[in-house]
Design a protein around this ligand. Structure first.
Ligand SMILES: Nc1ncnc2c1ncn2[C@@H]1O[C@H](COP(=O)(O)OP(=O)(O)OP(=O)(O)O)[C@@H](O)[C@H]1O
Length: 245
């Protein structure tokens, strides 16, 4: 479970996260949706302790990230592709990460199988990888510690239709094993298919939150729910600034 409570973060004059609270539950896929600059990545970075909140608290599996003695075994993170050095072979990248975290080498082959990377690609240098292969390697890296909480930033980026369908089943499988899966996405229809719950963000704030089923039954689709809430939020912003239409 991930518990986010009244988290705020400023970068100079920009508030990237503004008093956000939500819970991502075990056994569920939670989608973080929002337009460019909504604050999704900033919030995810705070959850994984890659950045500090100015205020508020985040608990992952019951504790702050830094209070877990072996965080890599509790929370797996994938940001922007694979994160591997371009000149490294995929398998060496994973072995290096595993060794640094005290994870047995045998786990490397397991995660490569889990993400369905063809065996012929395991020893290829990462700079020869397609975007979709980078995504799979990034997901494999996140899985190394067999964590109960997984965070993926735009995991569908660069995946072809076959890859997107694979990802959907894969995320569902992780949640069905009882894990907490939090993902950010711009893909409304895809998120509707995979997420149990969604948090809609705009300008750093939560503008709506609920189960996918409840939002879809109220608005017809997640996309319509998203645009309805976005329009209402823009209106509130304009009103607050005294804009006359
Ligand atoms: N280190 C930083 N310094 C200054 N501003 C920042 C920093 N990090 C984020 N921001 C700003 O905070 C806001 C939220 O950015 P963030 O990357 O979290 O949004 P996002 O929802 O992930 O966007 P996208 O969908 O485009 O990835 C943006 O206005 C961004 O410019």
């Amino acid at each position: 479970m991930i518990e986010v409570e009244r988290v705020s973060k400023r970068h100079g004059s920009v508030t990237s996260v503004d008093n956000v609270s939500f819970v991502a539950r075990s056994g569920e896929v939670t989608g973080l949706l929002g337009p460019n600059g909504a604050g999704k990545s900033s919030l995810m970075r705070i959850i994984c302790d890659l950045d500090h909140a100015d205020s508020g608290t985040v608990r992952v599996a019951g504790r702050r990230y830094r209070d877990h003695p072996e965080p890599v075994r509790v929370i797996g993170v994938q940001f922007e592709g694979s994160g591997a050095h371009p000149s490294r072979r995929a398998v060496d990248h994973l072995r290096w990460v595993a060794a640094a975290a005290g994870i047995p080498r045998s786990r490397v082959d397991e995660v490569l199988h889990l993400v369905d990377l063809p065996r012929a690609a395991w020893r290829r240098r990462v700079h020869t990888y397609s975007l979709g292969m980078h995504q799979r390697l990034g997901i494999a890296t996140a899985l190394l510690g067999n964590p109960e909480v997984l965070i993926f930033d735009e995991p569908a980026n660069g995946l072809d239709p076959v890859g997107i369908r694979w990802l959907r089943g894969f995320l569902r499988g992780l949640a069905d094993e009882g894990r907490t899966v939090l993902l950010s996405s711009h893909l409304m229809s895809e998120t509707e298919l995979v997420a149990d719950g969604v948090v809609l963000m705009d300008r750093g704030r939560t503008i709506a939150e609920g189960t996918t089923t409840s939002l879809v039954s109220a608005y017809g689709s997640l996309e319509q729910a998203f645009f309805a809430h976005l329009a209402a939020d823009c209106q509130r912003g304009d009103d607050a600034r005294g804009t006359v239409r």
